[in-house]
Design a protein around this ligand. Structure first.
Ligand SMILES: *Cc1c(COP(=O)(O)O)cnc(C)c1O
Length: 221
């Protein structure tokens, strides 16, 4: 496998030439603990996992001071296993999930509301038109802080389609931020993965989530 450090440096340089301050989340869901430790040694400070089991395994083995991001669909019944183990949730997409977080979290959790900008049936997330109202309705949930919005681009090689989706998320994020809701500063945009992180950066991402292109994949993980 390729050494992570030069790849991490290259990605950070590319991002910095577009916009300063973009944070890279290394998505380690397809690699094991040793590779995850290599990422931390290379300077990675944000780790992303999409399954409760993967998250616990890595949390148990890694004591470094890093931020833990849960980036996948979170089943309501799994909230209790996950919510107090993470720093950020990227997939808040329904009221039932918000209620369970409110019940189980022992401190306010920084959440991204997931938006299905491309409106593909296969994708989770709120439709853009219902997003602001959903966020407003979280006002009384003192365990939820809406720090931003998250989306996944459609699986297409058409850069224009991808770019429009990212533009759409950015527009919505700025709209919500302009409301100045205390519970929802909404200053962050979580968008861009291995194949489209540069487009996401150009369109205003503040967090990109990179797995394959940064840490690769391992069969045993
Ligand atoms: C797996 C995953 C990523 C990373 O995907 P790569 O294409 O490997 O970079 C990012 N975001 C989410 C939500 C994912 O599930």
């Amino acid at each position: 496998m390729k050494s992570i450090k030069p790849v991490f440096e290259k990605i950070n340089n590319e991002l910095e030439s577009i916009q300063k301050g973009i944070q890279v989340i290394a998505v380690t869901k397809q690699v094991g603990i040793e590779r995850t430790k290599e990422a931390i040694d290379a300077g990675v400070r944000h780790l992303g996992e999409n399954r409760p089991e993967g998250l616990s395994a890595k949390r148990d083995a890694i004591s470094a001071d890093v931020s833990w991001h849960f980036i996948g669909t979170l089943q309501t019944r799994k909230v209790k296993d996950v919510i107090n183990q993470i720093d950020y949730l990227h997939s808040l997409d329904r009221m039932s999930l918000a209620k369970e977080i409110q019940k189980r979290a022992n401190r306010p959790i920084d959440c991204f509301v997931q938006v299905n900008v491309s409106q593909e049936e296969s994708k989770s997330g709120l439709s853009p038109s219902e997003t602001a109202e959903f966020i407003k309705s979280l006002e009384s949930f003192d365990k939820i802080r809406v720090v931003g919005l998250m989306t996944m681009a459609p699986n297409t090689s058409d850069e224009n389609v991808i770019r429009q989706v990212f533009k759409g998320l950015k527009t919505l994020q700025l709209e919500v931020a302009s409301q100045n809701w205390r519970h929802a500063p909404c200053l962050e945009c979580s968008m861009g993965m291995s194949n489209d992180y540069l487009i996401a950066a150009q369109e205003g991402a503040t967090f990109v989530r990179i797995g394959t292109a940064l840490v690769g994949t391992e069969s045993e993980a």
